[in-house]
Design a protein around this ligand. Sequence first.
Ligand SMILES: Nc1ncnc2c1ncn2[C@@H]1O[C@H](COP(=O)(O)OP(=O)(O)OP(=O)(O)O)[C@@H](O)[C@H]1O
Ligand SMILES: [Mg+2]
Length: 308
Amino acid sequence: MQPIISVKDLCKTYSSGFEALKSINLEVRKGEIFALLGPNGAGKTTLIGAICGIVNPTSGQVSVAGHDIKTDYRAARSMIGLVPQELTTNAFETVRADVSFSRGLFGKPANPALIEKILKDLSLWDKRDAKIITLSGGMKRRHMIAKALSHEPDILFLDEPTAGVDVELRRDMWNLVRQMRETGVTIILTTHYIEEAEEMADRIGVINKGEIVLVENKAELMRNLGKKQLTLLLQTPLESIPQALSAYQLELADGGSELVFTYDSRGERTGITALLADLGKAGIRFKDLQTSQSSLEDIFVNLVSDRT
Ligand SMILES: Nc1ncnc2c1ncn2[C@@H]1O[C@H](COP(=O)(O)OP(=O)(O)OP(=O)(O)O)[C@@H](O)[C@H]1O
Ligand SMILES: [Mg+2]
């Protein structure tokens, strides 16, 4: 499938001399939810800024639905809605007027019915005549989303959309993002809530120190990098792992009272049956057992810390 966003060899060195993006290559597919994960200062906002034409790249190319963001800026930008990480807004304007105004900035004709729908979808309709300065933090963020949607973009960038948003509202926003995807909007979001990426994303990109370290289908990522562990609570603690069990990937934990077996759940044979039989032969008894699977968070922390 043709990518809707294509980033080639994109570099950004700020005037301070800091290299925030080091030759980024990335393609975003039409209609997907793409989550960009990375620690503070990794370059997420810089990358989004470069794609949206706010940050001037030092070198490289970006095209949005075939429009080069430099030579064909207006066409490229008109397809994009951006919810920035930093909230900026006209404090004394009313919610509805500000959202309508944003639409006008893109040269689109007024459409009060659409603005009403957007405000209702974001639970801001009651606040339509309130001045922006009087909104709570979470409402201000929803207001920014309303603005970004006002010109009916094909691509929506959400830079930390749920920072500072309460749990219930976060769920609402996830639903809204999913609804938008249903209508064909491509969504790129950054987040520090790994749970959010795990829940929402079709694909995940990890950026660290200005470099993309991984782009993968979420399901595949979890399958390939996720480990499964079986923990056996022993009746009698062990001092060391018996020679007879040396063929297994085993570790002792909790002062020898737990035996942890790491295995690959993708294989036809996990080795669990054989291990349990061999434990019996070796006279090792256990009173309980549990299995656990590494989360996206574990995978992410591994990826990012490997490269520091
Ligand atoms: N205008 C600027 N001038 C100089 N350096 C900058 C500028 N903007 C960002 N940087 C630096 O570039 C790096 C990447 O910043 P960026 O805002 O893209 O990170 P981020 O991944 O969005 O981080 P966060 O998770 O904290 O939002 C940081 O080290 C930052 O200090
Ligand atoms: Mg940022």
